[in-house]
Design a protein around this ligand. Structure first.
Ligand SMILES: *Cc1c(COP(=O)(O)O)cnc(C)c1O
Length: 488
């Protein structure tokens, strides 16, 4: 097995590539670009490395889209799925219980912020958000006043740049025009708050020299609309898909206070930030916040199987208790909800967190990552480096002084991804923000490789003299059919 080297493709790889191009429509991918390139095809994995069909091994620098928190083929998780397979692969939660879904719900309630005792299962981050939306909305349509039900509360607040998934309800909450604008006629109306984002402050201020306008701004929105709001939906601490935007300390805490003062639910979408990635098991912990809804997916099953959970409080659940014919039931449920194999993997993942003291052992790795990232700070086209826990965004800009972005058609982030791949590392950009999201199981040596390879790749793409370097905007060569905003 070779590391990241370019080796001639085997016949088997060529066959798979041809079939992929003939039949697979890839997500978030401009297929014209895809069809013009030779895609990497993954066949196996070992620990924190992915292995392609030609036997080349790569560091999985984004935990296979932010999911494989313990790496791949962890013996504990492998064994748990196999053991469950010897019992049953799938049974339904519609009308029946199942062992793993019960055990997991109890475990989640025990580790989540205090008071989140009810667990509703679904299959993806998007559905975990849809479930929170619909429960919050239905609660206010039907719950008695003594529980806080108020039918006038129909509106949702979310952030500009928000990303909560790709189903239509989640898209209505979303604020990334790049992904969402075209669907506008299909979406329900939401209130939008500006994302707190110090590098590109929407209020034109500089980090460390501001009047916390981002807080005054949400205070104002609550003062005007608090009475009609059903829920505020936020990604706590880090807006992931928006490009790893970091909230200033105290912002989330203040939103919780405002929700309390105005009787508004707080929905914490921890699909990206949950399960250790910000340095605590859940991001809300860092601000001492308990949300009314906690949406979990991505890392929940250790990246083994599709699974999501929406946790909520007893009071919310109580708002749905009634005689059958009163029709206060939550009429929602996906076919594979609470799938036993997925729940078994999730239980094993929680066991690994405990037995391997994952969060404790992560802290020095976060520090090492931070120190190593400092070495990239002076690269001429690195505008900003944002890190919380292992979640990292390196924003590349045409001009550091003015913070001017590159022309989208140059696909700078995508080019850096390809260069990093040649150096043995898989990363994936969000536009021109290079995202590093290593598994929590990453080793010191792998941290160094991840950052160094990414740094070299950035140099190769953005600096004069390097092969294919863009040198600012001069001498640009557009990639064939360049157009994809979402990166590779
Ligand atoms: C990825 C993501 C989602 C959507 O999850 P899917 O499993 O892709 O549906 C929702 N919210 C956040 C914050 C995410 O990062």
């Amino acid at each position: 097995m070779s590391e990241g080297a370019i080796v001639p493709s085997t016949d088997a790889t060529r066959r798979l590539r041809a079939l992929d191009k003939a039949h697979v429509w890839h997500p978030f991918t401009q297929m014209r670009d895809w069809l013009a390139a030779d895609p990497l095809i993954i066949a196996a994995a070992e620990g924190n490395r992915l292995i392609d069909t030609d036997g080349v091994s790569y560091l999985d620098g984004v935990s296979s889209l932010w999911t494989n928190v313990h790496g791949h083929r962890h013996p504990r998780l492998d064994a748990a799925v196999r053991a469950q397979l010897d019992k049953v692969a799938h049974t339904t939660l519609l009308g029946l219980g199942s062992e793993p879904s019960i055990e997991l719900a109890a475990r989640l309630a025990a580790i989540a912020p205090q008071g989140l005792t009810r667990v509703f299962y679904s299959d993806s981050g998007s559905t975990s958000v849809e479930v929170a939306l619909k429960i919050a909305f239905q609660f206010h349509r039907q719950a008695p006043a003594h529980l806080g039900g108020d039918a006038r509360r129909t509106r949702f607040l979310s952030l500009s740049n928000a990303y909560h998934g790709d189903t239509v309800g989640a898209v209505a909450l979303g604020g990334m025009d790049l992904f969402h604008a075209i669907y506008a006629p299909l979406l329900f109306d939401t209130l939008k708050a500006e994302s707190p984002h110090c590098y590109r402050c929407p209020f034109g201020r500089q980090a460390g020299d501001c009047g916390r306008e981002c807080i005054a701004h949400v205070e104002d929105l609550f003062a005007r609309h608090g009475h009609e709001m059903c829920a505020a939906v936020v990604e706590p601490l880090v807006q992931g898909a928006a490009g790893m935007l970091l909230q200033p300390p105290g912002w989330l805490r203040r939103v919780r206070e405002l929700c309390d003062a105005h009787g508004v639910f707080l929905v914490a979408d921890e699909v990206a930030v949950g399960f250790g990635k910000t340095g605590t098991l859940f991001a809300c912990e860092q601000e001492g916040v308990t949300p009314d809804f906690l949406c979990l997916a991505k890392g929940i099953s250790g990246g083994y199987l599709p699974l999501a959970a929406t946790l909520t409080a007893e009071r919310v659940h109580d708002g749905f208790l009634a005689r059958h014919e009163e029709l206060r039931t939550f009429f929602h449920g996906h076919t594979y909800t609470g799938n036993p194999l997925a729940c078994a993997a999730a239980i094993a993942s929680l066991d690994v967190f405990e037995e391997e003291r994952v969060m404790e052992r992560l802290q020095p790795k976060i520090a090492r990552l931070a120190a190593r990232l400092e070495t990239l700070r002076d690269l001429p086209h690195v505008g900003d480096i944002r890190q919380r826990g292992v979640m990292t965004g390196i924003e590349l800009v045409r001009d550091r002084e003015t913070r001017e972005s590159y022309d989208m058609a140059l696909r700078v982030g995508h080019r850096v991804t390809l260069e990093a791949r040649r150096r043995g590392v898989i990363v994936r950009p969000l536009g021109d923000v290079m995202v590093l999201m290593p598994p929590l199981s990453i080793t010191d040596e792998e941290i160094d490789l991840l950052v160094d390879a990414t740094g070299e790749a950035i140099r190769a793409v953005t600096e004069r003299g390097a092969t294919g370097g863009l040198d600012g905007l001069a001498g640009l060569d557009r990639l064939p059919g360049a157009s994809g905003p979402a990166g590779a």
